[in-house]
Design a binder for this molecule. Structure first.
Ligand code: GLN
Length: 535
């Protein structure tokens, strides 16, 4: 196995993940199988208990792992499915070591960061590699080199380099090249310092990815090469582009694949990037635009909804349209009650969510789409709220609500049309205890959702504690809402409203399995319906 390690310096948010997944994509385009590991040096065992404002969306894997959103980039760029082990955190590594210590596995020894924690980290990385059977692994170290919390990981990676053959591991360090003053000179000093920090920890980078606004000047590249001791061709200009999907093409233009191939002694063909380039071309140049409103609670941090945006873009490309995202903060809509902010939208999407704040605003948007025949796509919470809205305004149960809100406020209601799933009763730990990951869903023949998937049995990822209360289903269906999919039993998985141009909501999260040229069927249908509206 070949390892491509991507570290970062100067500051966070440089787009290491994009650089790393782009290199992965280039290798995959040469015919290699590629897997990825994202290291997050925080103490949480996984991302599941974090608020989206911390690190953006919580991404969900097939095996139910709740992980960092970068794993989503890897799955989408590499078109693969991974699992929870592909995300290593400090919490996970320490928990393993501490559990082993309690079991007596290190009996007689003092348990220490070096070698016990570093061995554990290496073992975790190697195991993912073995399990995947891939030819190459991208390892992205989150955070900034030099931070206290990333030290054990840097050390583990350094040990990997001495353990492996020189041609089996390559280190790419990402830095920032700012521009200063009126002359607009590109400054290399932060890069020099950051590479020095990395070297003081025993790692000499083999490549430097320089983030900059404009392409690196020849002089800047030469300077970085000289001061950081990497060949000229190993200094990459990772300048701003309109769309992140352009980055693999940008790297390929600079001969990155060729350099990595020579370094890692890989005898593989040239990358085939034709489909990717075509994807980028439509993404940037489609002539028709559809306007989609996203009603969220964390709209100030777009990363909170990254998989939704990507899935919408995948669907946009396959429908030959560009998307114009219209962000609506649910709390604002709730306060103003003014749905005119939705006028002119071709589609309305209510994503997953937790808690009552903003819920009434989201329901106003759902009612608006239902009554005005605007295409609607609801995901998870977006399905639960669609059922509550329908129960209140069509069935006539004014007090219809979710057990989640009853729990929050203690206000009882006759009609808890959404309630806690029975198996959730008595669970008091928050971490990794929801109904998670890939589950089979059975679609009713002849329904819209069945038409979209073209199959009666599908598998989609889940992340929820609440569900539609089975006893209310007959009355709701009697009033015109159709439950078009279930889990094979009494748990509802999809609803739609026959007669509406496109009203579909799912208990599962189809956004996590959407890929470039493999758009998720509900998203594809939704964008198609939105496109039809624009005429
Ligand atoms: N809060 C809801 C539940 O737990 C919806 C969760 C979600 O949208 N992911 O069931």
């Amino acid at each position: 196995m070949k390892y491509i390690v991507v570290t970062g310096g100067v500051l966070s948010g440089l787009g290491k993940g994009i650089l790393a997944s782009s290199i992965g994509l280039l290798l995959k385009s040469c015919g290699l199988t590629v897997t990825a590991v994202k290291i997050d040096p925080y103490l949480n065992c996984d991302a599941g208990t974090m608020n989206p404002y911390q690190h953006g969306e919580v991404y969900v894997m097939d095996d139910g792992g709740e992980v960092d959103l970068d794993l989503g980039n890897y799955e989408r760029f590499l078109d693969i499915s991974m699992g929870r082990d592909n995300n290593i955190t400090t919490g996970k590594a320490y928990l393993n070591v501490i559990q082993k210590e309690r079991k007596g596995d290190y009996l007689g020894h003092t348990v220490q960061i070096i070698p016990h924690v570093t061995n554990e980290i290496r073992e975790m990385i190697f195991n993912v590699g073995k399990e995947s059977g891939a030819d190459a692994m991208i390892i992205e170290l989150g955070g900034t080199v030099g931070d206290i919390e990333s030290m054990p990981f840097v050390e583990a990676l350094r040990q990997m380099r001495s353990e492996l053959k020189r041609e089996d591991i390559i280190f790419v360090h990402t830095t920032l090249v700012p521009v200063m003053g009126v002359v607009g000179e590109q400054k290399t000093k932060p890069t020099q310092h950051s590479v020095k920090t990395l070297m003081s920890l025993g790692i000499h980078p083999d490549m430097v990815g320089a983030r900059c606004t404009d392409p690196l000047a020849t002089e800047t590249r030469r300077k970085i090469s000289l001061f950081c001791d990497v060949p000229d061709e190993a200094v990459l200009s990772v300048h701003d582009v309109e769309n992140i999907h352009e980055v693999p093409l940008l790297l390929e233009d600079q001969g990155v694949t060729d350099y990595v191939k020579r370094f890692l002694h890989l005898d593989i063909p040239e990358p085939d990037l034709e489909k990717w380039a075509e994807y980028v071309d439509i993404l940037k140049n489609a002539e028709q635009t559809v306007r989609i409103a996203l009603i969220g609670k964390y709209t100030h941090l777009k990363d909170s909804y990254i998989s939704h945006m990507k899935a919408l873009n995948h669907a946009g490309v396959e429908n030959g349209v560009k998307l114009d995202f219209h962000w609506v903060e649910a709390g604002d809509l709730e306060k103003s009650g003014d749905t005119s902010v939705l006028d002119g939208c071709d589609g309305i999407l209510v994503p997953g969510g937790f808690g009552y704040r903003g819920a009434e605003g989201k329901m106003l948007a759902i009612q608006y789409s239902r009554e005005n025949n605007i295409p609607y796509l609801g995901l998870c919470f977006g399905m639960q709220l669609a059922v509550i809205e329908f129960a209140r305004n069509v069935v006539g149960w004014e007090d219809a609500t979710s057990g989640e809100f009853v729990e929050e406020f203690g206000i009882e209601s006759e009609h808890r049309v959404i309630d806690l799933m029975p198996e959730q009763n008595g669970i008091d730990e928050m971490g990794a205890t929801m109904r998670l990951g890939a589950q089979n869903v059975y679609l009713k023949e002849g329904t819209m959702v069945h038409g979209l998937y073209g199959s009666t049995e599908i598998s989609e990822r889940h992340r929820h504690r609440y569900e539609v209360t089975p006893e209310y289903i007959p009355a709701i269906e009697g009033a015109g809402m159709l439950f078009s999919g279930n889990d094979g039993g009494i748990r509802m998985e999809c609803v739609e409203i026959p007669g509406h141009p496109f009203f579909l909501a799912t208990q599962f999260h189809p956004e996590f399995k959407s890929r470039p040229w493999g758009a998720s069927p509900p998203f594809k249908g939704f964008v198609r319906a939105a496109k039809e509206r624009t005429g």
